[in-house]
Design a protein around this ligand. Structure first.
Ligand SMILES: [Zn+2]
Length: 293
C-alpha cells in the first residue's frame, strides 16, 4: 500500500502535466471505486483548470479554477499513468503488476496539455471525491488527520504530546493517522529501526510525566523525517530514470533496512542481531531485537 513518499512521488510526476492545464474531457468508466464517484463528477471537472496539485497525508489534492478541490487516493492498488504522444509513463507501481489491459482504467483525464492521465485500480480501494475548498477543513476524510511528518511544526514535543498516556505500542501509535499522517507499515518499521526503538515499546514512554518529549522522541522524529526524505529522493530519481518507459516505480526502488528482511543480519554498526518478524495488529513488523530497545 502506498505511503507518503510514494504519493508524493506520484504528485511530482503528475504536476508537470496537470498544473495549469484544463480538463478537456473526463471519462468515468467505472464509478464504483471505494465509494461511488459523485453524481456530477464529470461535469464538475470538465472545463476547469488545475491551479495547483498538493498533497495531504496520502491524499492528492487538485485545486480547481471553480473553487472545488479534487481529492484522490490510491488505495491498495491504484496507480496513475501518463500518456503523452507515444511516451507512456507509469507512476506508482506497487505490489501489483499493472493491469495488462485498460479494463482497470477507471477514470481518464484528457488534459489540455495534451497528456492523457489514467487512474488504474484493479482492486478499486482507491477513491476520488470533489469537495468545495471552503468545506475542506470540515471534510471527514481529512479532518482527523494528524500533522504532516515533514512539516516544520512536527517535532518531538508534538509527537510526545500525541503519545501522552497511550498504552498502545509505538508501532500502533505511529500507524494511527491521528498521531501522525501518512505513515504506514513499512516506514514505521524503518523509522523505529533507525531510532533504535522497539516496536513493542509502550507509546507513552517517549515522553516524561509532564508529557514533554524525552530523547527517544527526539530520535524518533529525526528518524521519521530522514526515512521519508530519503524515500522521496529515491522516488524522484525513479521518475527521472523512467520518464519514457513503463519501468518499475515507487517502492521497488527503495532500500529498506529491516522491512521484509526477516532472518538477515542487522546492518547497524556493531550489532550482531538478526532481523525478526512479529505480527502486531494483524500486520508484520520487522525489527532487530538486539539494538531496538
Ligand atoms: Zn541490530
Amino acid at each position: 500500500m502506498p505511503e507518503l513518499p510514494e504519493v508524493e512521488t506520484v504528485r511530482r510526476g503528475l504536476a508537470p502535466v496537470m498544473e495549469g492545464a484544463r480538463f478537456r474531457k473526463v471519462e468515468a468508466r467505472r464509478r464504483d471505486l471505494r465509494w461511488p464517484l459523485g453524481r456530477n463528477f464529470v461535469q464538475r471537472l470538465q472545463g476547469q483548470s488545475v491551479t495547483g496539485l498538493g498533497r495531504r497525508a496520502k491524499y492528492l489534492l487538485a485545486d480547481l479554477s471553480s473553487g472545488d478541490v479534487l481529492l484522490m487516493h490510491l488505495g491498495m492498488s491504484g496507480s496513475f499513468h501518463v500518456f503523452q504522444g507515444d511516451a507512456d509513463r507509469t507512476l506508482a507501481r506497487y505490489y501489483h503488476e499493472r493491469a495488462p489491459h485498460a479494463a482497470h482504467d477507471h477514470v481518464v483525464f484528457h488534459m489540455s496539455s495534451g497528456a492523457v492521465v489514467t487512474f488504474n485500480d484493479p482492486r478499486r480501494f482507491g477513491s476520488m471525491k470533489i469537495v468545495p475548498r471552503k468545506n475542506l477543513d470540515a471534510e471527514p476524510l481529512l479532518k482527523r488527520l494528524g500533522p504532516e511528518p515533514l512539516g516544520n511544526e512536527f517535532d518531538a514535543t508534538m509527537l510526545a504530546r500525541a503519545c501522552e498516556g497511550k498504552r498502545t505500542t509505538l508501532k500502533a501509535a505511529l500507524i494511527d493517522q491521528r498521531v501522525v499522517a501518512g505513515l504506514g507499515n513499512i516506514y514505521v518499521c524503518e523509522a523505529l529501526y533507525r531510532a533504535r526503538l522497539s516496536p513493542k515499546r509502550i507509546a507513552a514512554t517517549i515522553g516524561g510525566k509532564d508529557g514533554g518529549p524525552n530523547e527517544r522522541a527526539e530520535r524518533l522524529v529525526e528518524a521519521i523525517k530522514a526515512v521519508l526524505n530519503e524515500a522521496i529522493k529515491d522516488g524522484g530519481s525513479t521518475l527521472r530514470d523512467h520518464r519514457l518507459t513503463d519501468g518499475e516505480l515507487g517502492m521497488f526502488q527503495h532500500h529498506f533496512r529491516v522491512y521484509d528482511r526477516e532472518g538477515e543480519k542487522c546492518g547497524a554498526a556493531g550489532c550482531r542481531g538478526t532481523i525478526k518478524r512479529i505480527v502486531q495488529n494483524g500486520r508484520s513488523t520487522f525489527y532487530c531485537p538486539v539494538c531496538q530497545k
